[in-house]
Design a protein around this ligand. Sequence first.
Ligand SMILES: Nc1ncnc2c1ncn2[C@@H]1O[C@H](COP(=O)(O)OP(=O)(O)O)[C@@H](O)[C@H]1O
Ligand SMILES: [Mg+2]
Length: 360
Amino acid sequence: MATVRLENLTKKYGENTVLDGISLEIPEGTLVSLLGPSGCGKTTTLRLIAGFEQADGGDIYIDNQRVNDIKVHQRNIGMVFQSYALFPHMTVWDNVAYGLKQRKLSKKEIDSRVKDVLKLVQLEGYEARKPKQLSGGQQQRVALARALVIQPKILLLDESLSALDKKLRVEMQVELRRILDASGITALFVTHDQEEALTLSDYIVVMDRGTIVQVGKPYEVYEAPKNRFVASFLGKSNFFEGVIKEKNDIVIILETSFGEMPLATSSPREVGEAALYSIRPEKIKLEATDKNSAAESISGVVKFVTYAGNISSYTIDCNGLQVIAESQNAVGEFQFKEGDLVFLCWEPQFCLLMEDEVKK
Ligand SMILES: Nc1ncnc2c1ncn2[C@@H]1O[C@H](COP(=O)(O)OP(=O)(O)O)[C@@H](O)[C@H]1O
Ligand SMILES: [Mg+2]
């Protein structure tokens, strides 16, 4: 097991700053996901850690040893890419054994390690097959076995499950977690799939344009996004922007371009200050009547309803602002339809103040 530490890492391609001084610590034996839109620098971060690219500034430490000048094959890192890059003419066994033969290990050692790792990824009995005789998920497991067999201290996975269809991807996520837990390897996983990051990771690192925006456990990053970017990239959010007009123990009245909005929230901002709030669609409860006797409520008209099996999503027009609310389609629960007047309710702690600078 190993820790990885990045300190103020910078990478440029020509004039283009791709990583702008990122610092990050990946604790021993954890699975950390880099999550962010295409082009934000995820692959570049992995390539720097693996040693395929040189940093323009900053340091990379593995187990407190600075590795900036250490060659790729001496860093003891396994890497699995999106395209599995298996050798098509070689059998599963030979694909997995390849790295060990290159390292000139004894036949006995190679046999024992390949056998163990194929057992770990549950591919016993597939040794003699060629990649094209395997399903996508099985090929993915061969690629994983090939990375694991060299007994790396660190495993880097770049969109490794993205090519699989949804059902298989979910199965492989569970499988990957089991394999990593069993081997105790420290893993850095790149994905642009938020659901994958939430289910798989010990920690999520949200990146945007070469910077790290937020790091936390999955529920921390989801339940307490620090700004608009995180709140909208990871899951869905509604945003309320304006100037605080009134404030009491129960609500604040936010003056917005869609009129005055009574928001149930606890807010450190004072009257007269501009602020941006967010709330997740599933935290909004819709009521047919105004249940809020203590304060005004936001009301609106259901514009459209999207049925998605387990949940329904309601788009509600609140004086011109479109608000999304989601509810579970539990048996017997009242469903709203287009044109219905609804009242929006939520617990104050779910309406979050964003750190973004807001102009008055
Ligand atoms: N070899 C390269 N030469 C020039 N620009 C590159 C190179 N590799 C990546 N980039 C640029 O760096 C940025 C980050 O790329 P990358 O790390 O691959 O993003 P991500 O993996 O998050 O999608 C992109 O704008 C990309 O075009
Ligand atoms: Mg990439």
